[in-house]
Design a protein around this ligand. Sequence first.
Ligand code: C5P
Length: 208
Amino acid sequence: MIVTIDGVAASGKSSVASGVARRLQLPYVSSGLLYRAAALVALDEGLPTDRAEPLLASLEAQPVELRPLPEGNEVWRGSQDLTERLHTSEVDGSVSAVAQLQPLREWVNDHLRQLPPPFVAEGRDMGTNVFPQAEYKFYLTASPRVRAERRVQERTADLESVEAALVLRDARDARQSAPAPDARHIDTGLGNLEQVIAKVLSYLPDPA
Ligand code: C5P
């Protein structure tokens, strides 16, 4: 079984996907972390974010690995754990550019398709491009203000600028963020995390 949870930035995808996965006793897979890892490699190595070749060459020379552990996803490059460095505002600011590069998207998708089901996969295009065959698909939304308020709680930043950055990232990500026609839409601004997780679970079979 594959469950996909797509949605806009800061719509609560990771919290909902990991909560649902925990209840189903399945791993959850965060595709955004692979895009973030690629953006971090570009930043660290001074590589352009508008050309795929140098970045892919670097990722081939020293591969990045997504580890969907039960307690959360980790991203490693050789003996280096990149996980803690994937949510900085520098990475936020360059990840959408990297995610526009089609060869880079294929690199991410190949990585994801090698993971053994069952799992809960979270991102932008899990239910459309990557796992169109998934049995259960969800698409999370929330207003820019609600999403900005959540991010401000996670980081020290002011609401207005966080909201503006989110709206900009939505616009840049729009191309790969269309919901699957067969996805159920859930507005995560209408309930707390537990209520949203319960809503998703209500559409899924009970864990055996
Ligand atoms: O989900 P998260 O916000 O961590 O994703 C970071 C970025 O990675 C997104 O803003 C988007 O540019 C890119 N992304 C994507 N396709 C996915 C997941 C993430 O393009 N499936």
